[in-house]
Design a protein around this ligand. Structure first.
Ligand code: TYM
Length: 329
């Protein structure tokens, strides 16, 4: 059985990008593998250090993980900061992570550009903490969206480097868990690149149907294609990208054909898109409402998850310490 680690930062509510990037196929994922799903609250401190919001953000992600279908009886669900073994592995991996490679990471450069007043060391070493999350369970598969591809590549590099340095075959080199498909990037509905919390262009898993319809209706379109089989501009391609993940192949084919023959009616496309997004999110929304105030359940899941994750992580950390030469007196 293979080991899967999936992480989501606790910076707010989950959106369609998180769902299709990291959680889709969870049923197959958790039935076929040993799965760890965690909430990356330490990571959230690199950009969102707010004591008033930290706990409620963690809680949101916990509720939404469960509402998305993660079963804590089958998988381990935990909060990153409950498993402090990750801090030690992060420290150890940082000894073999170089300034040159860390400062060249695309996400670091982007964040450093956006938040010039807060270019902290946590931001720089974000990929080492992420590698620690994954290697702490010696995982070989990680479900992630396209935006995390480089971080995963760095995790492999750190694993390889550790093995080479200490002359062992200890860490596996984890790959993306995507059933052989390309990594996905869910775009925003505003014609811009990716759907993201900081971009403010999200459809959330707990969004009510009326609001979904409104957001989809507002998506940027134009007067339609004039030449048959023409290329779609980005903002139209974005609508099709979302359609491809929420609708059936027949529906996608139908609108593709209409585009190609210049007969597309964006009103129809948007109506269908909203309907199908609602179909995907409605059961999660219901479940969110059901469990969000169930303190006892959430407490039990987080406590049991932390214990299971710590048990696994401490075993691996013990090996790592031994390999590196730490000895007890
Ligand atoms: P985060 O919290 O930004 O996003 C969580 C997951 O959602 C995916 N995602 C998307 N996928 C497709 N299209 C989008 N628009 C989109 N937006 C978000 C992300 O790719 C990610 O899979 N560094 C991670 C958290 C993390 C982690 C880990 C993940 C920390 N340690 C260990 C896996 C393993 C992050 O910031 O994700």
């Amino acid at each position: 059985m293979e080991t899967v680690v999936s992480g989501i930062r606790s910076t707010g509510k989950l959106h369609l990008g998180n769902y299709f990037g990291a959680l889709k196929n969870f049923a197959r994922m958790q039935n076929e593998n040993k799965c760890f799903f965690f909430i990356a609250d330490y990571h959230s401190l690199t950009t969102h250090p707010d004591p008033k919001l930290l706990h409620s953000n963690v809680r949101n992600v916990l509720v939404e993980y469960l509402a998305a279908g993660i079963d804590p009886e089958i998988s381990t669900v935990y909060i990153q900061s409950d498993v402090q073994e990750v801090c030690e592995l992060y420290l150890l991996l940082n000894m073999h992570a170089y300034l040159g490679e860390l400062s060249k990471t695309v996400s670091f450069k982007e964040k450093a550009r956006k938040h010039k007043d807060n270019v902290n060391a946590g931001l720089l070493t974000y990929p080492t903490l992420m590698a620690a999350d994954i290697l702490m369970h010696n995982a070989n598969k990680v479900p992630v969206g396209k935006d995390q591809e480089q971080h995963l590549e760095m995790t492999r590099k750190f694993a390889r480097r550790f093995n080479n340095m200490y002359g062992v075959e200890y860490f596996k080199e984890p790959v993306a868990y995507n059933f052989g498909q390309d990594l996905i990037k869910i775009p925003g509905l505003d014609g811009s690149g990716k759907m993201g919390k900081s971009e403010g262009n999200c459809i959330y898993l707990d969004e009510d149907p009326k609001s979904i319809e409104k957001k989809v209706k507002r998506a940027l379109t134009d007067e339609g294609p004039k030449v048959p089989n023409s290329e779609k501009p980005d903002y139209i391609e974005n609508l099709f990208t979302i359609l491809r993940v929420v609708s059936t192949d027949e529906v996608v084919q139908h609108f593709d054909d209409k585009w190609n023959t210049c007969e597309i009616r964006y009103g129809d496309l948007k109506k269908q898109l909203a309907e199908d997004i609602i179909k995907v999110t409605a059961p999660m929304r219901e479940r969110i409402l059901e469990i969000q105030n169930d303190d006892a359940y959430l407490h039990r899941v987080a406590t049991e998850g932390a214990a299971k994750a710590r048990e696994n992580a401490s075993r691996i950390l013990k090996d790592v310490r031994e390999i590196m030469g730490f000895k007890k007196f």
